[in-house]
Structures are given as structure tokens and as C-alpha cells.
Design a protein around this ligand. Sequence first.
Ligand code: NDP
Length: 295
Amino acid sequence: MTARLIDGAAVAARLRKEIAEQVAQMEAAYGIHPGLATVLVGENPASQTYVRMKHKACQEVGIESFAHNLPTDASQAEVEGLVHELNADPHVHGILVQLPLPKHLDEEAVLSAISLHKDVDGFHPLNMGRLAMRGRDPLFVPCTPYGVMVLLEEAGATFEGANAVVLGRSNIVGKPAALLLMKRDATVTLCHSRTRDLPAICRQADILVAAVGRAQMVKADWVKPGAIVIDVGTNQIDDPTAKRGYRLVGDVDFDEVKEVAGAITPVPGGVGPMTIAMLLKNTLRGAEMTIAEHA
Ligand code: NDP
């Protein structure tokens, strides 16, 4: 059996096109231009690359973006002060504080300072809390798990009553992905580094989401025939034949698992492109909420 490929790059491109159209309509109807502000503290090269990619993506769909870079030794008061300024700025509809922050900063306090209505990463403790509560919805859903859910929809997943297994319990991917699946009435098992007999648990899954950061950990005999497999992992492995000397692989052994699964995301080209597309969608939503507030 060869699994159907869930083409995240194509889905993300379609979403970006729709967002660009909605941005243009918003400008024409209300004269409002959605705006995203990024806050980058320090000079972590990976964070700098992610922030650059986010600005480029904004530019491509007509979302205005404002880059704020603070030095590595910025104080808690400086970072929170900047967040408060951005909360008050009418041109800014979304605020993204690039994580991780330098160790001396209190991440929770910074995330809590972001206005709930501009929390486009969905990491404000109140938005996360609402995600965890029955009958409540967050104003924004964290971008990567949001993208995971869109890809599952694309793959035609039936959520209600399905066995969903999520590998990884981080605040930014695994835990919110599990909560979103639970909201859709799946029966969810959340696994982590202390879980016993992962292969046996994974074999029960109709929906398997891997977000552990362990290259090609999920093997064919971990997967139930026909399952939908979403691979969030992004890992570098040595590859002397590649120009850069390495290549990117997921947490799933793609070549093996595609012979068993019903549908599967590739790495790269699966969840990765969705994360930025969902950030753009959340920023547009931030601008829509501003318009609704003033209507
Ligand atoms: P974290 O390192 O924060 O969390 C990893 C999780 O996996 C933890 O819960 C950890 O368990 C669990 N884990 C680690 N090793 C094992 C193991 N051997 N068996 C079972 N569970 C294990 O990672 P993130 O959630 O931030 O990221 C996960 C992956 O997703 C990474 O490869 C990252 O690069 C990628 N990623 C991709 C994004 C995209 O846009 N495509 C966005 C964000 C992340 P414990 O809690 O017990 O430590």
C-alpha cells in the first residue's frame, strides 16, 4: 500500500492566495491594512531566519509587518514595555514574540503582557486555558497545531470517536494539538519521553501526530494500516550527497511508513509551510476582530 501524500506546500499556497484576496477586500471596504509586529530578542540565527521568513510571507499577501529587535541583554521591563506599546498601536493587529527568549527573561510574563486580541501565536496563558476548557474557544489557535488540524481536514479525517495519538507534549505543538483533537471528539493519547511501549500505543492510532524532534523515530510497524500520519518533526541528518552536507527529515520514517499509512505528510513540504500560513490567517483574524469591535 502506498499512502496518499498530504501536500502541505500546496494547501499553504492556496491559503496564502485566499488571505491575499481577503486582505485586499478589507483594505477596499474599511481602509484597514492588517499588521503584524514581531519582537526578536537577541541574535539566535534560527530565530532570525524564522522572523525573516514571517516578514517575507506577510509582504507576499499584503500584510504590513513591523520588526522590533532588542539586544540579548534587554531587560524584562524593556521587553514588556515594547509589548505594551504594540498593544496600543492601532496599526498592529498581531504581536509575535519569537521564542525561545534569552534565559534571564520570564517568558510567561512576556506572553501574558500581549493583548488577548493580538495574541496571534495563541500562547497567552488565557488563550491556552480556553483551548483546554470544554465549551470555551481561544481567540487564536497556536499556528503549528492549527496547521496540523487543517491538514487532517484535507486528508478527510473523521475525528469523532477516532483514536488519535500525539507524540510530544510541548506547549507549542504537542499539547495544543492534543487539545484540538479532543475538541473534535477524538479519543486522545498524549505520549512523551516517559511513555511505555510507544509502538503499541501508536499502532492503535487512526490519527498519528508526531512532534518529538527525533529523526525518523516512527517506523512502519508502529502504524496501523490506513492511518493518517502527520509529521511535525524537522530534524537535520548528515547527508554527504546534499549541497549543505545535511538534509531535513521528520520524526517519521517516511519511506517505510508511506507503505502502511493511508495518508502522510512529507518533510519538508508538509506541516512546515502551514505554520506560517496559519500565522497570516491569525493576523487577518486580528484585524477582523478590530473591525468588528468598532462596528
Ligand atoms: P520539544 O523538544 O519542546 O518537545 C518534544 C516532546 O517530545 C517532549 O514532550 C518530549 O517528552 C517528547 N519526546 C522526546 N523524545 C521522545 C522519545 N524518544 N519518545 C517519546 N517522546 C519523546 O519539541 P517541539 O514540540 O518544540 O518540536 C517537536 C518537533 O517539531 C521538532 O522536530 C521541531 O523542530 C518541530 N517543529 C516544527 C514546526 C513546524 O512548523 N514544522 C514548528 C515547531 C516545531 P518530555 O515532555 O517527556 O520531555
